[in-house]
Design a protein around this ligand. Structure first.
Ligand code: ZN
Length: 388
């Protein structure tokens, strides 16, 4: 999962920057990293998309407030566009009002985008939900076809008229970069539609799209991993009003990125769960039965006499299910010796007595100890291995 940078940092603006500063900062970056000026440079494209994501959030008072208060976390319930999977041309046409005339390839030669934009949101699930699978309520706001005008942007009872700036073509020629070259771009008057509305629809102010709140039940399969995404087909946005006023065509998809909450009891390793079980010297020496908490119950684990610290035990099928096969992984138990920091008088006396009976020559095990230690330090690559 890629780390999302701080949006103010991305745009290099102060947290107090007003809308105009945010807009100028974004325009500057969009021009700098535009793929036309950085051909074949994936890093420039990434920075171009990152700037668009930051701008989308900081230019919306509502989403900016959530971001200021709660950071990226705060935006989980308010998905933005999935810029990483979008085409550069589509990002340009989205922000045409501020980028238009600065090299947007929105004119001739661009295939008509009749597919809507994808949206991305996140949900967090617990380890227990990874075990069982679950259903999550996902709340999203998206731009849908305005109910009042059916997407035309015209007040009900009126019809859009042919745009006189572009004569209905939806495109105009403009001089770019101080007249250095000419380019075709979307008509600034009708924004590519070819029509203008004389009387605007009150509900969408002529845009043809209105924010719609959607609540979806998304099934999360058992075994899902942190950072994996579930694609909900058709729950993105309808095609843009410029190419499809009534929203017909293929809607985008919604990507639900899954975050798995870490469980302080277990460490996850693929389908296996790892747990560290603290044990006493006496338990290791004479053997014991310890109760291990698993995700869905308890397991009595037999520790045989003479077990060493850090030895591993496996509880079969007590891990997480595999996303594809459903077969459960194991619970791996590491028994770890805990030496008491304080002893009672009696304990001290008993251990003293025990020590007198002890005749384990330390040197007997020290050879293998140093071997192990060397393995850790050299990563297991001893001289012998190299010769093989
Ligand atoms: Zn409307």
């Amino acid at each position: 999962m890629t780390i999302t940078r701080d949006y103010y940092e991305v745009l290099s603006v102060e947290r107090t920057a007003d809308g105009g500063e945010v807009k100028r900062a974004y325009r500057r970056l969009a021009m700098k990293y535009h793929p036309d000026r950085n051909p074949g440079d994936p890093e420039a494209e990434r920075l171009f998309k990152e700037a668009a994501e930051a701008y989308e959030v900081l230019s919306s008072p509502d989403r900016r407030r959530l971001y200021d208060q709660y950071g990226h976390e705060g935006l989980r319930s308010r998905p933005g566009h999935d810029f990483r999977s979008m085409h550069v041309e589509d990002i340009f046409s989205m922000f045409e009002d501020i980028l238009g005339g600065f090299g947007g390839r929105t004119g001739r030669g661009r295939p008509q985008q009749r597919r809507g934009y994808d949206l991305e949101t996140e949900v967090t699930v617990s380890m227990m939900e990874v075990l069982t699978g679950t259903e999550c309520d996902v709340e999203i706001d998206r731009q849908d076809v305005c109910d009042t005008c059916g997407g035309s942007g015209a007040r009900p009872g009126t019809t859009p008229e042919t745009c006189t700036t572009c004569n209905g073509n939806g495109q105009v020629q403009q001089a770019g970069l101080g007249g250095m070259f000419r380019m075709v771009s979307a008509c600034p008057t009708c924004r590519g539609r070819g029509t203008v509305v004389a009387e605007r629809c009150d509900d969408c102010r002529g845009h043809g799209r209105a924010t719609a709140h959607r609540s979806l039940l998304v099934r999360i399969p058992a075994g899902i991993g942190d950072g994996q995404a579930i694609r909900v087909t058709g729950e993105g946005e309808p095609p843009s009003p410029e190419v499809s006023p009534d929203g017909s065509g293929t809607p985008g998809d919604l990507h639900v990125v899954i975050r798995v909450q870490s469980d302080e009891r277990f460490e996850r390793d693929g389908d296996n769960l790892i747990v560290v079980e603290p044990v006493a010297f006496t338990q290791l020496a004479i053997g014991a039965t310890v109760t291990i908490d698993t995700l869905d119950g308890r397991h009595e684990l037999e520790i045989p006499a003479g077990t060493q610290t850090n030895e591993l035990f496996r509880i079969a099928a007590a891990g997480l299910p595999n996303l594809r096969s459903g077969k459960r992984g194991d619970m791996v138990v590491i028994v770890r010796l805990v030496v008491p920091r304080k002893l009672t008088e009696r304990q001290r006396a008993l251990l003293g007595e025990y020590a007198e009976t002890e005749d384990t020559p330390v040197n007997e095990t020290s050879g293998s100890f140093w071997e192990k230690f060397k393995d850790v330090v050299t990563g297991g690559r001893s001289q012998d291995d190299k010769e093989q």
